[in-house]
Design a protein around this ligand. Structure first.
Ligand code: NI
Length: 199
């Protein structure tokens, strides 16, 4: 089932998400729905708060996008991942900082360069509650860091300079009002009143 994606401005995107209990009902169904919602929106990652759930869950699939990149790309040779990350905790970020243009399904049509460390060590559970302690680099690390931010209430726009944030402010306000062209279903925090004047 495709879920509506929560747009910028909804307070759920700003909360620190809660752990998922082991007896959480229909966890596998939630994971399947999150993958379906992500693919439908042509994303490579999606986190619980983005579907209105303040829960520590995110899904990522970087396999296809990495297969499609040209051989001279920095990420050439990277296999990619397709995984659900439950109750994830980043243990350490290390390595050189690098910049990359990020976007977000909750903030459509905005891309900005974000600087992050290259390596991430993360502990998490899969949807069967098997525990993992892994290190990622490259494109997959980038996606994990972005999605992990979501379960901490952080958005990629928080990482850019105050000047760029100021320049972006009106665009973000328009998104929260639903005044944005988007190809997938979204839920906007500010509902337009009937008869409200549109510019
Ligand atoms: Ni995002």
């Amino acid at each position: 089932m495709i879920l509506p994606i929560i747009a910028y401005g909804n307070p759920v995107l700003r909360k620190i998400a809660d752990d998922i209990p082991k007896d959480y009902p229909n966890l596998k169904e939630l994971v399947a729905n999150m993958f379906e919602t992500m693919y439908n929106a042509k994303g490579v990652g999606l986190a619980g708060p983005q579907v209105g759930l303040s829960l520590r869950i995110f899904v990522a699939d970087t396999i296809q996008i990495l297969q499609d990149i040209p051989e001279d790309n920095d990420f050439a040779g990277e296999e990619g991942i397709k995984k659900a990350f439950i109750n994830a905790e980043i243990i350490e970020e290390s390595g050189e900082e690098w910049a990359y243009d990020e976007g977000c399904l909750s903030i459509p049509n905005i891309n900005e360069s974000v600087t992050r460390e290259e390596k991430v060590r993360i502990q998490y559970y899969d949807e069967d509650f098997n525990f993992y302690d892994e290190v990622y680099t490259g494109f997959s690390a980038r996606v994990i860091q972005h999605e992990y931010d979501h379960i901490e209430g952080i958005l990629f726009t928080d990482h850019i300079s105050p000047l760029k944030q100021r320049m972006m402010k009106r665009k973000l306000e328009k998104i929260s009002r639903g005044d944005v062209e988007v190809s997938y279903r979204m839920k906007f925090p500010i509902v337009k009143k009937k008869g409200m004047r549109r510019k």
